[in-house]
Design a binder for this molecule. Structure first.
Ligand code: ADP
Ligand code: MG
Length: 707
């Protein structure tokens, strides 16, 4: 039935083998169906023109109608370019080309009226138009068959072969009549009615060949909704199936471990948020279903403790617990924390990492298998097949997004009834993203910091004021505080990276260490250094010295990014802060402000900052709120980059946008919930299109995702 949609793109009139290959390579468009789903990202109202006098360089795109002046060649060599003036009743503007000059020279008709599109820029204080698109007004006027012109994504290579946005539009218009009648309805009558009654077929037609702005809006909304809705339906169905089919260990005891710890060992009161979350977790683990829960909480909100309490519940019910961390340093630290907190309790905690020696590992694994180890803390090493538990009841995963989905899946295989899973993330995930990524997980949020924390003061300083910064560090050290100085360096995973950039980074780091050591000399001061390329023993030694307060300043790379806990450290200096991403800056800043002292974060940058870097820095200075920062990060980078599209499991969206369409996403999720509530198996006739679509898309949706 959907045959036409599967047809190879080169068979479309106006494409052919060569362009077909390019469309495939450049945009991933291999079939008629792919092209149909290549949606415009914008529309131009062809009936409206800007006046040249009113052009400013903050306009995204201008459309002008004016008379072309004679083109002139100016400049030498690299700077060689062609300029031409366009004039309308209100003024004139220069257009400039650096490439394709010869071809243009031959084809332009000075003295004629042209329609010009482009993104304005500024040159010597005046607006100009680099590389605009031109079309003779005469042909343009003939070509008008709709006021709204879709704008399609294309690439330089495609444009060079004539596949400009307008050419793609033409392809769409020749495609539409061929596929009409082949686009079955995917939504049920209720949903269609909810979305303004527009059919799927009509929606595609309107989106590619719009007739009217209001109708276009309805069409776009319907297609966006549909895209988001089926993702949500898939995730929620997944969750429903897991609850129905996957049995979980029932933790219904509250026993000695938890009670003793809570009353005798816990050195402080839990925050309200911690209490609420522990309650949620306990309820989940007692339900008879497997828990799959995402715990979000800002840096320093006390997630580790929640993880520990949850593991004690497992112990009270006769099960073992595992705590998995993304790095060796962090695993060691968790191990130390747990050991310290559980001191005097009959709980055996052990550490397993890649560097655990063979003999020790053998006896550890044996003890684990016999159930003599109650809690095991470790890195990826926990995932190896030889790690066998007697009765694994709960896995707590810290700082989730460094663990691939596949790695997490391996944990399931470790026992017949899968363990409960608690994923803790320190980088808050914006709501919309969480809903799309973890829509099948239950979510808990710790939205409160332990009492007595003073908000960290964050400032931005240019390299030029380094002396003043050093003076400040001196004062802080005099008060008995400690300081981190962090440099960007391609880290750990890429130890073998010997690119010039990596080598330069390493040099900057060691230079930084040396100049710090000169400015803060022995014996009065001690400066340490730690980075991913050092061997483990040296790293541990340096970290331990800093922890014990034997070094005043620790010069480091992002190895300290996650989880390191030194409450006496009160200043975080971040060098080349413009090179760090927002979430990384926030993580790093979270390393201070853990004690009762006023803490500071100093973002050092050079003078030249790009727009995005400026936004990142000013966001950091303006707020300590991890969720606000995550939202800004999402806007700056887009969802794919934020999580790393490859491992993120984030579905590819063709028309909807997680940032702009968050309200629609919310609605799609609610509608999906209602549908599944009423008709869990989609067996009702009203839902037949939904069921058919789900079956057809099974492989495209992230069905198998687990956490
Ligand atoms: P994160 O959520 O970043 O993993 P941690 O679990 O490392 O945070 O906790 C940060 C610090 O706060 C630790 O030193 C921890 O002991 C402390 N902490 C946790 N919960 C509380 C609480 N309820 N009251 C006081 N301090 C707490
Ligand atoms: Mg932590």
């Amino acid at each position: 039935m959907q045959q036409v949609l599967e047809d190879p793109i080169e068979f479309l009139k106006g494409v052919g083998p060569q362009r077909g290959e390019l469309l495939r390579a450049e945009l991933g468009l291999a079939t008629f169906g792919d092209l149909l789903h290549h949606f415009p990202f914008r529309y131009i109202d062809r009936s409206r023109f800007h006046r040249i006098r009113e052009i400013t360089d903050d306009l995204q795109q201008v459309q002008l109608r004016g008379v072309l002046g004679p083109p002139r060649l100016v400049g030498e060599k690299q700077g060689r370019r062609m300029v031409a003036t366009l004039t309308d009743a209100t003024g004139s503007i220069e257009m400039v080309w650096f490439k394709g000059i010869r071809w243009l020279q031959g084809s332009l008709k000075p003295g004629s009226e042209y329609i010009v599109f482009g993104k304005p820029a500024t040159f010597k204080g005046k607006p100009n138009l680099p590389h605009p698109e031109l079309e003779l007004a005469a042909t343009w006027d003939q070509g008008i068959d709709a006021a709204l012109q879709p704008v399609y994504n294309t690439t330089e290579k495609l444009s060079a072969k004539g596949l400009t946005s307008r050419a793609i539009w033409k392809l769409q218009k020749s495609l539409l009549p061929q596929v009409i009648g082949q686009l079955p309805e995917t939504l049920g009558p209720d949903q269609v009615a909810l979305l303004g009654g527009i059919s799927r077929e009509e929606a595609f037609r309107q989106v590619h060949a719009p007739q009217d702005p209001a109708l276009l809006e309805i069409a776009r909304r319907r297609l966006k909704f549909e895209e988001l809705f089926f993702i949500q339906l898939g995730l929620l169905r997944q969750k429903q199936l897991a609850q129905r089919n996957v049995r979980g260990h029932v933790f219904d005891h509250v026993g000695d471990h938890l009670n003793t710890f809570y009353t005798k060992h816990l050195p402080f009161e839990l925050t309200g948020a911690q209490k609420r979350v522990v309650k949620e977790i306990r309820k989940d683990m007692g339900s008879g279903h497997q828990m799959n829960r995402l715990l979000q909480g800002d840096v320093g909100s006390g997630k580790t403790l929640v993880g520990l309490l949850s593991m004690l519940i497992a112990l009270d019910n006769g099960f073992q617990g595992a705590l998995m961390a993304p790095t060796e340093i962090l695993a060691q630290q968790h191990f130390a924390t747990l050991t310290r907190m559980l001191e005097g309790m009959p709980v055996v905690v052990r550490l397993l990492t890649g560097s655990t020696k063979t003999a020790a590992r053998k006896s550890l694994l044996a003890a684990l298998r016999m159930g003599e180890v109650h809690i095991i803390v470790g890195t990826h090493a926990l995932l190896e097949d030889r790690v066998v538990f007697q009765r694994l009841g709960l896995v707590v995963i810290d700082e989730q997004h460094r663990f691939g989905v596949a790695q997490r899946a391996r944990l399931w295989a470790k026992s017949e009834v899968p363990p409960h899973v608690l994923v803790m993330t320190a980088t808050p995930i914006p709501r919309t993203l969480a809903m799309t990524l973890y829509g099948d997980l239950d979510t808990s949020v710790i939205d409160e910091l332990p009492p007595g924390r003073k908000p960290i003061r964050t400032v931005h300083r240019y390299d030029a004021s380094r002396n003043a910064v050093f003076g400040f560090l001196e004062q802080e050290i005099a008060l008995g505080r400690q300081i981190y100085v962090v440099y960007p360096l391609i880290e750990e995973m890429e130890k073998k990276d010997n690119s010039p950039r990596a080598m330069q980074d390493l040099k900057d780091l060691t230079d930084g260490f040396e100049s710090m050591s000169r400015r803060f000399p022995l014996p009065k001061y001690a400066v340490g250094i730690v980075h991913g390329r050092m061997d483990q023993a040296t790293k541990d030694y340096e970290m331990a010295r800093f922890k014990r307060g034997e070094t005043n300043i620790l010069v480091a790379t992002t190895v300290i990014e996650v989880g390191v806990d030194v409450p006496n450290a009160s200043v975080m200096v971040i060098e080349n802060a413009e090179r760090f991403g927002l979430s990384q800056l926030h993580q790093l800043r979270g390393r201070v402000g853990r004690g009762a002292d006023q803490s500071y974060c100093i973002l050092m940058t050079g003078d030249m900052l790009g727009n995005d870097a400026r936004t990142r820095i000013s966001t950091m200075v303006a707020t300590n709120d991890g969720f606000a920062i995550a939202e800004t990060d999402l806007k700056l980078r887009g969802p794919g980059d934020l999580l790393g599209t490859q491992q993120s499991g984030l579905p590819q969206l063709r028309i909807a946008d997680l940032i702009e369409d968050s309200a629609l996403l919310q609605q799609a999720r609610q509608v999906a919930m209602r549908v599944l509530d009423e008709d869990p198996d989609l067996s009702d006739a009203r839902h037949a299109p939904l069921a058919a679509t789900m079956r057809a898309r099974k492989d495209q949706l992230a069905w198998g995702r687990i956490s």
